[in-house]
Unconditional design. Structure first.
Length: 75
């Protein structure tokens, strides 16, 4: 069962791991990935608080790693 609510939480379905909260900037890419048949698992990482802002801009980094793709979104 996929859970979505106004607090930006995702769990169930392809989402795995113990972290369920997602930053607003990452909700659309995560939902798009969830809808793709080629994607088997989505593992949400830690939300790091207290980082200096990147001039108010969103930063996206995509890295090809063994066995998957790492998508890092910062705001």
């Amino acid at each position: 069962m996929l859970t979505k609510n106004k607090k930006d939480k995702r769990s169930g379905g392809k989402y795995c791991g113990s972290h369920t909260t997602i930053i607003p900037a990452a909700t659309i890419p995560a939902d798009v990935a969830h809808g793709q048949p080629e994607v088997f698992k989505i593992s949400l990482g830690f939300i790091k608080a207290g980082l200096s802002p990147a001039n108010g801009q969103r930063r996206v980094k995509i890295i090809d790693i063994d066995g998957g793709v790492l998508l890092s979104i910062k705001r």
